[in-house]
Design a protein around this ligand. Structure first.
Ligand SMILES: *[C@@H]1O[C@H](CO)[C@@H](O)[C@H](O)[C@H]1NC(C)=O
Ligand SMILES: *[C@@H]1O[C@H](CO)[C@@H](O)[C@H](O)[C@H]1NC(C)=O
Ligand SMILES: *[C@@H]1O[C@H](CO)[C@@H](O)[C@H](O)[C@H]1NC(C)=O
Ligand SMILES: *[C@@H]1O[C@H](CO)[C@@H](O)[C@H](O)[C@H]1NC(C)=O
Ligand SMILES: *[C@@H]1O[C@H](CO)[C@@H](O)[C@H](O)[C@H]1NC(C)=O
Ligand SMILES: *[C@@H]1O[C@H](CO)[C@@H](O)[C@H](O)[C@H]1NC(C)=O
Ligand SMILES: *[C@@H]1O[C@H](CO)[C@@H](O)[C@H](O)[C@H]1NC(C)=O
Ligand SMILES: *[C@@H]1O[C@H](CO)[C@@H](O)[C@H](O)[C@H]1NC(C)=O
Ligand SMILES: *[C@@H]1O[C@H](CO)[C@@H](O)[C@H](O)[C@H]1NC(C)=O
Ligand SMILES: *[C@@H]1O[C@H](CO)[C@@H](O)[C@H](O)[C@H]1NC(C)=O
Ligand SMILES: *[C@@H]1O[C@H](CO)[C@@H](O)[C@H](O)[C@H]1NC(C)=O
Ligand SMILES: *[C@@H]1O[C@H](CO)[C@@H](O)[C@H](O)[C@H]1NC(C)=O
Length: 647
C-alpha cells in the first residue's frame, strides 16, 4: 500500500532534479533575447495591420506575457549571439494594412518574406522604398503582393541580395538594368509580372555571375536574345521562360556554357521549327525539360537518348506533327514522360520496348493520349513495373490488355479509353484506383474478381461485355464511379452492401433486369443515376426521396410501373429526370416543374472528393455525361444551362 506514495516521492525528486539541471542548461545556453528597440519596431508594424487570420497572435507586448521576448514571436528569428532580429517571415499570412517605416530599425534583417500579403505604404499601393535601405537583406520575397508603380530600381541598393522574388506583382515599366548590380544574386523570379513593357532588355543579366535560377515566365522577351545572354552565365541551373513570346530555340552557338542546367522550360512559346534543331539536345545535365505548346515538329533527335540525367519530359499539345522513335533505354532517372496531343503517329509496341530498361526503374508516369498510335501493348513490360499512371486514351491501339500488368504493384491509374483493344478484361493490379477502358472492343464476361480492392473509378462503358455482373463488385468499398453503360450485361445487378462513397452509377443500355436496386437506399452520396434502356421493373421505392444529392436521374425505357413516389419532391438538387417509356402513372407530375425551378438555385461542383491530383470526379464525369447525352451544357457558374424534364 505504501508503494504508490514511495513512487510519487521518487517522481518528485526526479522532477526537481530535472528542473535544476534544465535550468542550468538554459542558463548555460541562454539565447540573447530581443532588443527593446527592435521589439518596439515590430509592435509599431503590427499596429498598422489587420491580422484577420491571427497570424501574429503571439506578438504580445506586455511585461510577463508568455512571449514578451520578440525572438519567440511567430515569423521572427533572431541571431542567438547578438539578439538582433535577422529574419521576418510573414509569407502567406494574408496580412492587410500598412508597412510601418519602423521596420527600418531592424538593421540586421537578412531575410524578409512578405509574399501573399496585402501590405502597402501609408500613401497607397506603391512600393515602400525605405525597404531598400535594409542593406543587410539577403533574401527578399514580395511575390503575390499588390505593390504597383514602376519596378523599384532602388532594390539594386541591396547589394547582399542572393534571393529576389517579384513574381505575380503589379509592378510596371521596364526591368531596371541596375539589377545587374546585384552581384550576389542566385535566385531571381520575375515571372507573371503582367505589367512589364516590351521590348525587354535583359542584357544586365550577364553581370550576375552567380545566378542559378531565373524565371521570367509571361514576360514578352520576343526581342531579347535570351539564349545569348543566358549562355554567359555558366552557373545557371534553372531557366524558366514559359509564355515569353520567344520566336525560336534553334540558335547555333559556338560554345555552349550551360553545362549545369538542370531545369529548362520553354512551354507556350510558338517556336514552330523542327525539334531536332533546338540548341539544348547536347545539354546532358538537364533533369526537367518542358516543351508543352511549342509547335515543335518532326522527329525527336537521337541525342535525347543520351540525356541520362533526364527525370521529366513534357511535350504536350504540340499539334500532332512530331514523332518519337528514340531509344530511351539508358534514361534510368526518367520518372515522367508526357506526350499528349503531339505525335503524328507511332507504334506503341516499339515505343514501350524503347522505354528505360534499368536495374531499378523509376518511371512512374507515362502519358501519350490523342496520338494516333497503333500496335499492341507488349506482354513484355516487366521493365516498367514502377509505373503508377498509364494514360493512352484516344489512339488506335489493338490487341489485349497484357496480363503482366497484374504484376505492376504501384499502378494506380490505367486509362485506355477510345482505342481498338479487345479480348476479355483480365485480373488487374491490386494497387489500381482508377480504370477507364471505355469505347473499345472488350467482350466476354467480367472476371469474378478484378483483383483491385481499392478501385474508386471503374469505367467499362461502350464495349461488348456480356453476362452477369459478379457479386465481387460489392466488395469495392471505395467505388465512387461505376459506368457499365452501353454493354451487353444481363440479369439482376448483384445485391450489394453498398459502397457508401458511390456518386455515379451508370448501367444504361444493357439488359439488366429486376426491381429498382434496393441496395441503393444506403448510397446517400449518389449524384448521378442512369438505369435507362434496360429491363428493370416494379414500383419506384419511396426511399428514392432520401437520395437527396441526386442531380441526374434517368430511368427511361424500362418497365417500371405504379405511381411516382411523392418523396421525389425532396430531391431539390435534381436537374435532369427522365421516366419516358415506362408504365408510370400518378399526379406528382405537375409538381415536378416546380422542382425544376428550385434546382436552378443550386450551383454544381461542391463537396466532391478528389481521386488523383486535380482530377475531380464530379466535374470530369459530369463533362463525360454532357458529351454522351448531349444538350447539357454547364455555364461558368455551374448551372445546367438547359435543364430538361423528359416524361
Ligand atoms: C480591418 O478590417 C475591418 C473589417 O474587415 C475593417 O473594418 C477595418 O477598416 C480594417 N482596418 C484596417 C486598418 O485596414
Ligand atoms: C544558434 O541556434 C541554432 C538553433 O538553436 C543553433 O543550431 C546554432 O548553432 C546557434 N548558433 C550559434 C552561433 O550559437
Ligand atoms: C540607393 O543608393 C543610391 C546610391 O548609392 C543612393 O543615392 C540612394 O539614396 C539609395 N536609395 C535608398 C532607398 O537607399
Ligand atoms: C548600378 O548600376 C548602374 C547602371 O547599371 C551603374 O551606373 C551604377 O554605377 C551601379 N551602382 C553600383 C553601386 O554599382
Ligand atoms: C502570355 O503572356 C502575355 C504577356 O506577354 C499575357 O498577356 C498572356 O495572358 C499570357 N498568356 C497566357 C496563356 O498566360
Ligand atoms: C510581344 O512583343 C512583340 C514585339 O513588341 C509583339 O509583336 C507581340 O505581339 C508581343 N506578344 C504578346 C503575346 O503580347
Ligand atoms: C561563356 O561564359 C563565360 C563566362 O561568363 C564568358 O566569358 C563567355 O563569353 C561565354 N561564352 C559564350 C559563347 O557566350
Ligand atoms: C550534339 O553533339 C554532337 C557531337 O558533339 C554533334 O554532332 C551534334 O550536332 C550536337 N547536336 C546538337 C543539337 O547540338
Ligand atoms: C495516323 O497514322 C497513320 C500512319 O500510322 C497515318 O497514315 C495517318 O495519316 C495518321 N492519321 C492522322 C489523323 O494523323
Ligand atoms: C483523338 O485524337 C485525334 C488526334 O490524334 C484528335 O484529332 C481527336 O479530336 C481526338 N478525339 C477525341 C475524341 O478527343
Ligand atoms: C508495331 O511494331 C511491332 C514491333 O516492331 C510490329 O511487329 C508491328 O507490326 C507494328 N505494328 C504496326 C501496326 O505497325
Ligand atoms: C507475375 O509475377 C509472378 C511472380 O512474381 C510470375 O510468376 C508471373 O509469371 C508474372 N506474370 C506475368 C504475366 O508476368
Amino acid at each position: 500500500m505504501h508503494r504508490p506514495i514511495a513512487i510519487a516521492k521518487l517522481a518528485l525528486v526526479l522532477a526537481a532534479a530535472a528542473a535544476l539541471s534544465s535550468g542550468f542548461f538554459v542558463v548555460a545556453h541562454a539565447h540573447a533575447s530581443c532588443l527593446p528597440r527592435e521589439r518596439d519596431a515590430l509592435l509599431a508594424f503590427n499596429q498598422g495591420i489587420n491580422d484577420t487570420y491571427d497570424a501574429l497572435v503571439s506578438w504580445q507586448a506586455e511585461e510577463g506575457a508568455p512571449h514578451h521576448d520578440c525572438c519567440l514571436w511567430a515569423g521572427v528569428t533572431c541571431s542567438n549571439q547578438t539578439g538582433h532580429v535577422t529574419e521576418l517571415d510573414l509569407g502567406g499570412t494574408d496580412l492587410v494594412g500598412q508597412i510601418s517605416p519602423s521596420l527600418l530599425s531592424l538593421e540586421h534583417l537578412e531575410y524578409l518574406d512578405l509574399s501573399w500579403t496585402s501590405l502597402h505604404e501609408p500613401s497607397g499601393r506603391v512600393f515602400p522604398e525605405f525597404l531598400c535601405s535594409l542593406h543587410n537583406l539577403r533574401h527578399l520575397d514580395l511575390s503575390d503582393t499588390f505593390f504597383s508603380g514602376r519596378v523599384p530600381a532602388q532594390l539594386a541598393n541591396l547589394s547582399k541580395l542572393e534571393y529576389l522574388d517579384l513574381s505575380a506583382t503589379l509592378f510596371s515599366g521596364t526591368l531596371p538594368p541596375q539589377f545587374g548590380n546585384l552581384s550576389d544574386l542566385r535566385h531571381l523570379d520575375l515571372s507573371f509580372m503582367k505589367n512589364i513593357h516590351t521590348p525587354t532588355d535583359i542584357s544586365w543579366l550577364t553581370d550576375l555571375h552567380l545566378l542559378e535560377y531565373v524565371d521570367m515566365s509571361d514576360i514578352n522577351l520576343s526581342t531579347a536574345d535570351v539564349l545569348l545572354v543566358a549562355n554567359t552565365i555558366p552557373s545557371l541551373k534553372a531557366l524558366i521562360l514559359i509564355n515569353c513570346s520567344l520566336p525560336n530555340a534553334d540558335q547555333t552557338l559556338t560554345h555552349l556554357n550551360l553545362t549545369k542546367l538542370e531545369q529548362l522550360d520553354l512551354s507556350r512559346n510558338y517556336l514552330g521549327h523542327p525539334i531536332e534543331t533546338c540548341w539544348f539536345w547536347n545539354t546532358t545535365s538537364i533533369q526537367e525539360l518542358g516543351l508543352d505548346e511549342t509547335n515543335l515538329y518532326g522527329p525527336f533527335p537521337t541525342e535525347l537518348g543520351g540525356m541520362t540525367s533526364l527525370q521529366r519530359l513534357y511535350f504536350r499539345r504540340n499539334g500532332n506533327s512530331a514523332t518519337m522513335t528514340v531509344d530511351l533505354k539508358q534514361l534510368c532517372d526518367l520518372g515522367e514522360i508526357d506526350l499528349d496531343e503531339s505525335l503524328a503517329f507511332g507504334n506503341i509496341t516499339e515505343f514501350v520496348m524503347k522505354l528505360p530498361q534499368c536495374s531499378f526503374s523509376k518511371l512512374k508516369h507515362l502519358s501519350s493520349t490523342d496520338n494516333n498510335m497503333t500496335g499492341t501493348l507488349p506482354d513484355m513490360m516487366g521493365h516498367l513495373n514502377s509505373l503508377q499512371v498509364i494514360v493512352l486514351s484516344n489512339n488506335s491501339i489493338t490487341g489485349a490488355i497484357p496480363s503482366g500488368l497484374r504484376n505492376f504493384t504501384s499502378l494506380e491509374i490505367l486509362e485506355l479509353s477510345l482505342n481498338q483493344l479487345s479480348g476479355q478484361i483480365p485480373v488487374l493490379a491490386r494497387s489500381l484506383i482508377s480504370l477507364s477502358i471505355s469505347m473499345n472492343y472488350f467482350s466476354g464476361h467480367l472476371p469474378s474478381d478484378f483483383g483491385s480492392p481499392y478501385l474508386a473509378k471503374l469505367d467499362l462503358s461502350y464495349n461488348y461485355l456480356t453476362g452477369h455482373v459478379p457479386g465481387h463488385i460489392c466488395e469495392l468499398k471505395n467505388l465512387a464511379v461505376l459506368d457499365l453503360s452501353n454493354n451487353l450485361f444481363e440479369g439482376e445487378f448483384p445485391w450489394c452492401s453498398p459502397s457508401p462513397s458511390m456518386e455515379f452509377l451508370l448501367l444504361s443500355n444493357n439488359n439488366f433486369a429486376g426491381n429498382f436496386p434496393s441496395w441503393l437506399q444506403n448510397c446517400s452520396s449518389l449524384v448521378f443515376l442512369d438505369l435507362g434502356v434496360n429491363k428493370f421493373y416494379g414500383r419506384l421505392p419511396a426511399w428514392i426521396g432520401e437520395l437527396v444529392k441526386l442531380r441526374f436521374l434517368q430511368l427511361n425505357h424500362n418497365m417500371f410501373n405504379g405511381d411516382i413516389p411523392v418523396s421525389i419532391l425532396n430531391l431539390i438538387l435534381l436537374q435532369h429526370f427522365s421516366l419516358a417509356s415506362n408504365n408510370i402513372s400518378g399526379s406528382v407530375l405537375s409538381s415536378l416543374s416546380k422542382l425544376r425551378v428550385m434546382t436552378l438555385e443550386h450551383p454544381l461542383g461542391v463537396g466532391s472528393h478528389w481521386l488523383y491530383g486535380d482530377l475531380d470526379i464530379l466535374s470530369v464525369v459530369m463533362k463525360q455525361q454532357e458529351l454522351k447525352y448531349g444538350g447539357y451544357a454547364l455555364d461558368e457558374s455551374g448551372f445546367l444551362r438547359y435543364p430538361v424534364l423528359h416524361m
